[in-house]
Design a protein around this ligand. Structure first.
Ligand code: CA
Length: 225
């Protein structure tokens, strides 16, 4: 599994990296919240370990930004102090769990396991981004708890976007994933269906969930909480 560690202390980062890779995980290391967010925009990450005391943007601010990008991404905060305030603060800010440094590595592993198990179960049945909820089993969609009625193809297109939040997807990629054939030549079928989805999902006065990237394709920008 791919884990992003946002931690500025090299000794701690090395220890965590050694331990996690010994258990078959791949670690991406960012030394600041800003760098961590860049990774999240470009890499596939299954879980984040986030230090609170960071240079520049601190852990709480970083967490708020992570939540804006990926509402459902499991985040464990690393708190240096054993003080209740910072733990409660971490959970209030949307962390899934926290662990106090120094910690036994087995404890960290156990928390990683438990969170990813939960995430897997959730991932299997629903995708959630702020006020947009997609049930992959029943093929139902809600915006602000209001059901949105989608055709089979519209749902497939939305699901494809939702599985690649923030990624630029070309028309060709979308065609072969959602229409399942390699379409040669000109077709505006993707544009037509994107328009259907916008009509059904977007809210007046707010930016569209589906951004047109001129000359390239489309990008799904998840709504905020
Ligand atoms: Ca630190």
């Amino acid at each position: 599994m791919r884990i992003l560690l946002i931690e500025d202390e090299p000794a701690i980062a090395r220890t965590i990296e050694r331990g996690l890779s010994a258990h078959g995980h791949q670690l991406l290391l960012a030394e600041s919240g800003e760098d961590g967010l860049l990774f999240l925009e470009t890499e596939t990450v299954a879980l984040v370990l986030l230090d609170i005391m960071l240079p520049g943007m601190d852990g709480h601010e970083t967490l708020a930004q992570i939540r804006r990008l990926r509402a459902d991404l499991p985040v464990i905060m690393l708190t240096a102090r054993d003080d209740l305030g910072s733990k409660v603060g971490a959970l209030d800010a949307g962390a899934d769990d926290y662990i106090t440094k120094p910690f036994a590595f087995e404890e960290l592993l156990a928390r990683v396991r438990s969170l990813t198990r939960r995430a897997d179960q959730k991932q299997a049945s629903t995708l959630e981004f702020g006020n947009l909820r997609i049930d992959l089993l029943s093929h139902r969609v809600w915006r602000d708890d209001v059901p949105v009625d989608l055709s089979r193809r519209e749902f497939a297109l939305l699901e494809y976007f939702a599985r690649h939040p923030g990624h630029l997807l070309s028309r060709q990629q979308i065609l072969s994933a959602v229409w399942e054939y390699d379409f040669e030549g000109e077709s505006n079928v993707v544009d037509v269906y994107v328009r259907y989805l916008r009509t059904k999902l977007d809210r007046p006065g707010e930016p569209s969930l589906l951004t047109t990237v001129r000359g390239s394709g489309y990008r799904f920008d998840p709504p905020g909480p």
